[in-house]
Ligand binder design. Structure first.
Ligand code: FPP
Length: 258
């Protein structure tokens, strides 16, 4: 690396203020985040797990703002998986309450910023209040054209694929589609993320290195970054470092360069 380029790289690594678009080599179009580590953060601070999730929601606000500032097209967040119902009643109800609080406090700003909200997952199993709040947020922002904010709630990727297969099967049965015409695009078109680009960068915080049933189809060619930072401690600076790491990856999609 030339001295000047090295100096620039060093000064960026040391700079803790949020970066601007021009400070990145290349930015992803679609970032997906598994916000992991709220429970460990709470334990570390001798707090109840719900305080960890509450602190995690603060991180979420900052990350959404910065994603929007950078002009990234899509941000997908894993907020509640189909397996999360197995947690204690107290923790599940704290998460359900956080969802209501989050939308009550953020929806005006998100809408004003032209953010389009989409819930990935089956809203059917959620309590009525949460279901209505989520539907309202989707409806209110459906014609917005800025950042696409996907929030996965009661989401599981395998269940999403089963849903897609069932929908396509009905089309085949009705004669609207021939089995031999089913292709990768058609499957994409029947996922919650229909019409959106695939995930370019997947971030999972806390040091765990698993997909945990999150956007399996959409992550086929994603780059993965696993910062060893608990989600409530994950700062905009840490996010910038993950985005920067993405910018230096060599994506070949199974091909060969040169
Ligand atoms: C994983 O940490 C995190 C979750 C299961 C929930 C994430 C949800 C939020 C950050 C906020 C709520 C969502 C909205 C839309 C406001 P963990 O509890 O599994 O952490 P651990 O592995 O350390 O126990």
């Amino acid at each position: 690396m030339k001295v000047k380029a090295w100096k620039t790289a060093m000064s960026l690594a040391l700079k803790k203020t949020p970066r601007t678009v021009s400070e990145f080599e290349k930015l992803p179009e679609h970032v997906a985040i598994i916000m992991d580590g709220n429970g460990r953060w709470a334990k570390k601070h001798h707090l109840n797990v719900s305080k960890g999730h509450r602190q995690g929601t603060e991180t979420l606000r900052e990350i959404i703002r910065h994603t929007d500032d950078l002009g990234i097209k899509v941000l997908s967040l894993y907020a509640f998986s189909t397996e999360n119902w197995n947690r204690s009643e107290e923790e599940v109800s704290a998460l359900m309450q956080l969802m209501l609080d989050f939308f009550a406090s953020e929806i005006d700003e998100l809408d004003a910023k032209n953010v389009r909200i989409l819930i990935l997952g089956d809203k059917g199993r959620l309590p009525e209040k949460q279901r209505e709040t989520l539907k309202e947020a989707e409806k209110r922002t459906e014609s917005n054209t800025g950042l696409r904010l996907n929030i996965a709630i009661n989401y599981g990727s395998r269940a999403e694929m089963v849903k897609a297969v069932r929908e396509i099967s009905v089309l085949v049965k009705n004669g609207a589609v021939r089995a031999e015409d089913i292709d990768e695009q058609m499957i994409s078109d029947h996922l919650y993320t229909a019409g959106q680009p695939d995930v370019d960068l997947l971030i999972r915080t806390s040091g765990e290195q698993r997909l945990s049933n999150f956007l399996l189809y959409q992550n086929a060619y994603a780059e993965f970054v696993f910062p060893e930072i608990l989600w409530p401690d994950f700062s905009v600076h840490d996010y910038d470092l993950a985005l920067d790491a993405y910018g230096h990856r060599d994506r070949r999609y199974g091909g060969r360069k040169g």
